[in-house]
Design a protein. Structure first.
Length: 249
């Protein structure tokens, strides 16, 4: 079997199961594990999967640019947003990152809810500008044109002075071993600081993002208190998270 055929089979396998193991592929393709490892490295360098110790896992299917993400999987984000509203109470200070799932939650906040929202997201600040009882603290900094948010030293410095009751964290990729990762380096730095200071971290993740990974580390899985998903909390792919004490909604 030539290399191109092997790599096509690797991609097909990972698209089906979301992960591949070196040993399994070695048997399936009838080649050495070193050959499989080289194939995986090439595919990882091309951005087609994420190489990890002992194999590879799927990259996040989510587009990078905000404009593309804004219209991606809208119905599932609505399910997540409606579940998340149960956590929003009067008097809270709530931190929203710049994810489109976080935007969906912010868009559904009842007008009678009296809260303080802290965010670096221009779209979230915009949807709350007419909210009669939500005070909005917008964190200024350098414009990240991909995420429609602010980033940089000023943002991280400001976040270090705030301890919110809840951080709603939009998820690009989340894996039981690799934790939460993202596609954008500067956005990942901001999210990391958000997680560090929050009393409670709630990850907003559709099922397709579970078991995927990207290049930039945000936090370990034990930094997450709750995962709100668009599916049944007892789904088999969510069981490993429940087993380590993360609440699944």
């Amino acid at each position: 079997m030539i290399k191109a055929e092997r790599q096509q089979q690797i991609i097909a396998h990972i698209n089906k199961d979301h992960k591949v193991l070196l040993g399994d592929l070695s048997v399936l393709l009838n080649v050495s594990e070193d050959t499989v490892r080289r194939d995986i490295k090439e595919l990882s360098d091309q951005g087609l999967l994420k190489a990890v110790r002992g194999g590879a896992i799927l990259n996040s299917p989510v587009p990078l640019h905000f404009r593309d993400r804004e219209h991606y999987d809208v119905s599932h984000k609505k399910i997540i947003a409606e579940k998340a509203l149960n956590y929003i109470k009067d008097g809270q200070v709530i931190l929203f990152d710049a994810g489109t799932s976080a935007l969906a939650v912010a868009s559904h906040i009842p007008r009678e809810r009296r809260i303080t929202v802290v965010t670096n997201s221009f779209p979230i600040a915009t949807v709350l500008e007419d909210h009669p009882n939500a005070e909005v603290l917008f964190i200024g900094g350098r414009l990240n044109k991909t995420a429609f948010s602010t980033s940089g030293h000023e943002v991280i410095q400001t976040l270090s002075t705030i301890r919110p009751d809840i951080c709603f964290l939009g998820i690009c990729s989340i894996d039981i071993n690799l934790g939460v990762t993202g596609k954008d380096y500067e956005d990942a730095q901001v999210k990391r600081k958000m997680v560090e200071n929050a009393r409670q971290v709630i990850a907003l993740s559709t099922l397709e993002k579970i078991g995927t990974a990207e290049h930039y580390h945000i936090c370990s899985i034990d930094s997450i208190d709750t995962i709100i998903t668009d599916t049944d909390p007892n789904h088999e792919e969510l069981v490993p998270f429940t087993e380590i004490g993360i609440k699944i909604i």
